[in-house]
Design a protein around this ligand. Structure first.
Ligand SMILES: [Zn+2]
Length: 383
């Protein structure tokens, strides 16, 4: 049994004062949140900093971990996409495996206990079955031509079945509105609603996406040519991508990822649905050299979560690195930022019953942080 005390305890929702003592069992499970007046003082381990539950990484692509430092920075999304397609086609199987394991260990050491992870292949499944981290795997589907919806859905279900055979949790998810037809997004939504599964979609990561939906010349054209995609059938909807795909969603939880070019009007449109806004600021800097306008999301603070994205577009898989962008924006309070790293993403991934807050009888992870000049430093994983 451990009795942990720090300058502050963040319980996943709010900061508790320094008299708080966490009583932790031998398996890392919470026995009780107590007070130093009620616990023998010689048993208390006093720590400097803030204790929090384990972090939840809302958005990652662990299967791209072998692409660390291989893709040039600040090329814009279409250029980045082209590189991903080329580099994945020439990747070494052993290296993929090795880097997946390294990414998993690094996330654990960075205090991450749960991850929403995008999968285009089964590459990460074996790693996940042996991991200390709980993964929700989003089987990602693509197909812009509406006639390809059934084929793409079938391929996704085959991968989903493989995931289930590994005993892993997951759901289906569309890639992005510029790569997935309205019909396919709707089909995925139906499957997820039936099963009460969350979904995610890359949303407004690049200005090129907006141009595409307004029928303007855009950077994706070259990418589509490379993929030999015929787009002669496509009629630009003359509205933002978010306005376009939002009606295809029903009431199930959907995580909108990136939101770098999301407008005030888009946020109002999305308010009719059960959505979460996931920010991956380091990846936005890496790919587009641009950040979302966080001011627009102040009113959405209870739906904001954080993701690292992949090592193809980030130098480290650290939720605290991402949290510091939110904190330094000056838009969100420390408590709001810490919630976006713990309880809110746990809710977004349907994992609130096991992660995101301190829960009696559960090991939800224990992290130690310190706050220095409006900067959060991750000290260590205490669990
Ligand atoms: Zn992504």
């Amino acid at each position: 049994m451990r009795y942990l005390q720090a300058d502050k305890v963040f319980n996943g929702r709010s900061l508790l004062d320094g008299s708080t003592v966490l009583i932790i069992g031998d398996k890392g499970e919470l026995i009780e949140i107590s007070d130093d007046g009620l616990v023998p003082s010689d048993k208390i381990e006093k720590l400097e900093g803030v204790i929090t539950p384990g972090f939840v990484n809302t958005h990652c692509h662990t299967e791209l971990s072998h692409l660390k430092n291989k893709i040039p920075q600040k090329t814009g999304l279409p250029g980045f996409g082209k590189q991903i397609i080329f580099q994945r086609a020439t990747a070494n199987r052993e290296e993929i495996k090795e880097k997946l394991l390294a990414a998993d260990h690094a996330m654990w050491n960075n205090g991450i206990v749960a991850v929403g992870d995008i999968c285009n292949t089964a590459d990460s499944f074996e790693m996940k079955t042996n991991s200390k981290i709980v993964y929700h795997s989003f089987i990602e589907l693509l197909g812009l031509h509406p006639e390809k919806a059934a084929l793409s859905y079938e391929a996704g279900m085959l991968l989903y079945d493989q995931l289930k055979k590994h005993g892993l949790r997951g759901s289906l998810t569309p890639h992005a509105p510029y790569s997935t037809s309205f019909k396919l997004i709707q089909k995925i939504a139906e499957f997820n609603i039936e099963n009460n599964f969350p979904a995610s979609i890359h949303n407004q990561e690049s200005e090129e996406e907006t141009k595409f939906f307004y029928g303007e010349k855009n950077g994706f054209q070259e990418l589509y040519e490379l993929l030999q995609m015929d787009l002669s059938w496509f009629k630009a909807p003359m509205k933002s991508s978010l306005e376009y795909f939002i009606p295809s969603l029903s009431d199930q939880q959907t995580i909108l990822v990136h939101n770098t070019f999301t407008s005030k009007e888009d946020i109002a449109t999305a308010s009719s649905k059960n959505i979460f806004w996931c920010f991956c600021p380091s990846a936005n800097i890496y790919i587009e050299d641009c950040l979302p306008d966080f001011n627009l999301f102040k009113s959405e603070k209870d739906k904001v979560c954080l993701g690292t994205d992949s090592l193809a577009s980030n130098t480290e898989l650290s939720i605290i690195n991402e949290a510091n962008y939110l904190l330094k924006s000056g838009v969100f309070t420390l408590e709001e930022v810490l919630r976006s790293a713990t309880s809110i993403p746990a809710k977004a991934l349907n994992l609130s019953n096991i992660f995101g807050t301190f829960i009696n009888g559960k090991n939800t992870g224990l992290n130690l942080l310190e706050l220095n000049n409006n900067n959060i430093n991750f000290i260590k994983n205490l669990s």
